[in-house]
Each structure stands twice: as C-alpha cells, then as structure tokens.
Design a protein around this ligand. Structure first.
Ligand SMILES: *Cc1c(COP(=O)(O)O)cnc(C)c1O
Length: 350
C-alpha cells in the first residue's frame, strides 16, 4: 500500500545552509538588539511563570503587548509558532482540497508549499518585468479563478517591492476570497493594513518577531483580523501552540518600541547605502522596502565566490537564475560585502 499521500509525493524538504561563514546575510534575520538586555536579566521564574504547567493557551500577556505595539484589540489577535504557523492555519481553516490559492509571484515559497500539503491548487500570477505587482491583472485573475485565499507578501520577499495601500483595498473590495497580507517586513516600510482589519471582513494581516525585532530564534508570529475570522481560526489552532519561553521573551521584547524603531532607522539607512553602491557598480538592484536587497548579476557563481570570502547570501534558481538577495547587515558587514563584490569584479576583469 502506498502510505504517503498523493499531494506531498513530490514535495521537497526545506533545507537550510550548513556552510561555514563569517557574515550571515542570507535569511533577513534582524540583529540582536533586544536580547542583550534579556540575557543580562535572565528569565525569572515564579508561581505565575514556570515550566511544569502548560503555557497560557491565549497568550494573554503577549497579546496585551501586541495590542500596544500595533494598536489593535487583543480579541483580534492570534499568536503562534512563527508566521509560518499562521500561514498554515489560514489554509487549514479556509481551504478545501482542490480549491484555489492565488498569489503574485515571485514571492515567499511557503504559500505554495502549504497549498500543496493541503491539496489546494496554488496559482502564481507573474509580476511585471521590474517585479511590480499589477493589481488590476490580479483582480482580473481573481474574478476569473475565484480563489479562496489570496496571499500578498508586502513588502515582498524576495523582491523588496511594496504594493500601496489603495491597491490592496481595491483588491479587497473586488474579490470574494480572503486576502492575507503578510507584513513580515512592514516595519521597514509604510502602508500597513493593520488599521483596516475592522473595515474588511475578508482581511487577515500577518506579522512576526523574526525580522525587525531580531528574534527569529524564538519562533513567534501572529495574525490580526476581525473577530469572526479569529474565532474560526481559534477552533483550528492546536492547544498551547506557543511555548511559555517564547511568550515571556515576546512580552519583554515588544516593550522596547524605542530600541526597535532606532534599529529600523539604522536598517533603512544601511539599505540606501547598499542600493547606491550596487547601482554605482552597474549591478541591477531593485528598490527595496524591506531589510534586504534583491539584485541581478550576470557573472557565474557569485554565491560560491562570496562563500570563499565567508559571506553567505541567498541565491535563486529556475526562472530566477542569476538573481540574488542580500540581507541588510550592520555597517561593517555591508561595507565588507561591497568591498568583496568590488574585488570579485576586478578579478573577473583580469
Ligand atoms: C521571514 C518571513 C516570515 C517570518 O516567518 P516566521 O515563521 O515568523 O519566522 C514570514 N513571511 C515572510 C514573507 C518572510 O520572509
């Protein structure tokens, strides 16, 4: 008997890099801006917070902090094990076998991976040559295909492109499906849809602590939507899905708005530095609204050449062969990256 279900037979495992590196610019992780304080203070266990009991299933204290951070009510929030869990929860809750999930492409791979796992049909709508999303084309396709869910990554990973708020509203008003806006990088841009959740019954916004808050290691993401959506998804969510230590650290971290905003400003400045330098080298770099830059390079094996210098970036294959994504690092890392690129260009010439 064939034991593995049909839908996942040709699924590939999510593999991560085990390469030796000095500078890690491949996964858009933020810097350690909050953890130093948390390390210093240590985790304080007491009667209310100990590890022999199951964690708070409602993550109440954490939602209180998210409420202050985003200005949304706690009843409009679900938190969990990274926004990856949130993406899966949306599909699990709303999409039946064979139903359509739509997304502009190229984009974050997990939308299509989870679509496949749940036997949904993922359809990608190709963006323009400069990777801008044509919202009218997306609406037209949505009317034609009637998707259950549309995923919009905004700003988009890997291109860094931003869709403006009015375009997203237009989409919301012209589709019968749910529109999930993944705002993993929205701290580095403007135009969040969070303040629109009460205006649309088909809007879900995803956020994470993995990027601007530099806490990818605790796996904490959340969604915000109107109460009706939240109530349904809560029925599907696994009990105690967010462990006590992540809840604890999340609470500590979200209290540091000042530090977070300071860091965001630093990333934006460094992003402009990288963008300018790449363009001056005549490398095609795309304007980015996130904490990374997407660029095209027509010399072979840039990825491998950078690894020889201890620098890890992200490379792409298939239709995106020759495209790369580099996270915005700190000043030293970015300067080193640019210096090495210049060296590689020189070596190519000789
Ligand atoms: C990094 C990233 C996330 C964050 O995922 P977590 O599971 O919260 O770490 C979500 N969406 C996109 C598009 C991302 O690039």
């Amino acid at each position: 008997m064939e034991l593995v279900k049909e839908s996942i037979k040709n699924l590939k495992e999510y593999k991560t890099n085990k390469i030796d590196f000095k500078i890690k610019l491949d996964a858009n992780e933020g810097k350690n801006i909050l953890l130093q304080d948390i390390y210093k203070e240590g985790i304080k266990f007491n009667e209310d917070f100990n590890l022999n009991f199951y964690p708070d299933n409602d993550a109440y204290l954490l939602k209180q902090e998210i409420k202050k951070y985003l200005n949304v009510d706690t009843s409009n929030i679900i938190a969990g094990n990274g926004s990856s869990e949130m993406i899966e929860l949306v599909i699990k809750t709303f999409v039946d076998k064979g139903e359509i999930i739509l997304s502009p492409i190229p984009t974050f791979s997990m939308y299509s991976v989870f679509s496949q796992i749940y036997s949904a049909q993922f359809i990608g709508i190709q963006s323009n040559e400069d990777f801008k999303v044509d919202i009218d084309k997306l609406i037209e396709k949505s009317n034609e295909l009637n998707p259950k869910v549309i995923f919009i990554c905004n700003p988009n990973n890997p291109t860094g492109n931003l869709i403006n708020k009015n375009d997203i509203k237009k989409l919301l008003e012209n589709t019968n499906g749910l529109v999930v806006v993944d705002e993993a990088y929205m701290e580095f841009a403007e135009g969040s849809m969070v303040d629109e959740i009460s205006n649309y019954e088909n809007l879900i916004v995803l956020r994470t602590l993995s990027k601007a808050l530099g806490l990818a290691g605790i796996r904490l993401g959340y969604m915000t939507a109107n109460q009706k959506i939240i109530d349904v998804i809560n029925k599907v969510k696994s009990p105690y899905n967010l462990n006590a230590i992540s809840q604890y650290i999340g609470v500590k971290a979200l209290k540091n708005k000042d530090k977070i905003f300071e860091y965001i400003e630093e990333v934006k400045n460094e992003r402009e530095f990288l963008y300018k330098e790449l363009n001056e080298m005549k490398i095609k770099a795309y304007k980015s609204y996130a904490n990374f830059i997407f660029f095209k390079w027509d010399i072979n094996n840039l990825y491998e050449k950078l690894i020889d210098y201890g620098i890890l970036i992200r490379k792409f294959s298939d239709e995106l062969e020759g495209y790369y994504r580099v996270s915005v690092g700190n000043k030293n890392e970015n300067e080193r990256f640019i210096k090495i690129l210049k060296e590689i260009i020189e070596n190519e010439k000789s």
